[in-house]
Ligand binder design. Sequence first.
Ligand SMILES: Nc1ncnc2c1ncn2[C@@H]1O[C@H](COP(=O)(O)OP(=O)(O)OP(=O)(O)O)[C@@H](O)[C@H]1O
Ligand SMILES: [Mg+2]
Length: 356
Amino acid sequence: MLSWMTPHKELVGLDIGTSSIKAVHLQQSRSSYKVAELGIVPIHPETIVDGIIMDATALSAAIRQLFDKHGITLKDVAFSVSGHSVIIKKIKVPAMKTAELREGIAWEAERHIPYSIEDVNLDFQILREAGSGEPEMDVLLVAVKKDTLNDYLAVISAAGLNAAVVDVDSFAIENAFTMPAQPQADEIVALVNVGAAVTTINILYGGISDFTRDSSLGGNRHTESLQRSLGVSFEQAETLKRGELVDGHSIVEAEPVIEAANSELAGEIRRSFDFYYSTSQRDTIHRMVLSGGCALLSGLAPYLSNALELPVEIANPFQHISADPKKFDVQYLARIAPQMTVAAGLALRETDDGAG
Ligand SMILES: Nc1ncnc2c1ncn2[C@@H]1O[C@H](COP(=O)(O)OP(=O)(O)OP(=O)(O)O)[C@@H](O)[C@H]1O
Ligand SMILES: [Mg+2]
């Protein structure tokens, strides 16, 4: 969580993606969670382009519509940003106390951020405290461009909501994964969230972030290739991706186009893995957990598993979260679960940050 915002107790996780907006409200009783409300609403592909809000009015109206439709009355939300406006870097700083680092973080950040420090909001997380006698410690530095962040805050406020927590997609995904499960000490897991415009990679070593990267290659690549190769509209391409029929076009025609885009995506992920291997002392990633809307793309998980030679499982952020079958269609929940990973990770923020 970026710390310049004061955390509240009950929050709605709000994931403002470039293709759809997702909201998850979880209720906690003792140590277990229950889905209170949940929803997803598509937005026009030109509403947010390259992480920049192009149509703020349409976006806040869509958020309002999502909350109204699902009867979500809570006003406090946790939301996240991703892509170009976010920089996450693992840095080494002299061993010091958290409070001291908070004072000095701007000075430390200066050398690592390609923007002027005045133009970004900064936060950090101490990954590993220095052992006795060690001069340095590992810190994860997070910088978010102020103008982008302010645009999102304005949209949220125009929707009648209060941004209580600001986060980045990468950490929300990590939270959805690590909150219920106890990570194994030496296991290296790649959390890969493939959205429409952004693919977020967060590699965890023993449950702690070891490498993160946002790439601007996502499911839009499949959509655009289908549009170009088959001469179909955006909506028709999206329909074909879901494995549904479109007049005059068969799934058989779409398959090689989708596979070519899968191959590009695998190449992009491989480059990140190779970079990780060359800059860390690690040589194996044990498994991948695939999330985001593209995890629903049939064939992507086995394709990546085969191309990258590691087991790939599809994320289920609701694995340890119950839902009332009278209120929710359980099959529907299970189907969209991977796409709700960021929103679920944000919704889970209420306990680790809010309670204490
Ligand atoms: N059932 C499905 N089958 C195949 N692909 C799907 C399915 N549902 C969604 N997708 C694809 O998933 C992508 C959207 O995923 P997601 O909702 O995670 O993105 P987003 O959060 O809106 O965007 P981003 O995070 O990239 O800004 C789109 O490319 C869409 O075509
Ligand atoms: Mg997304």
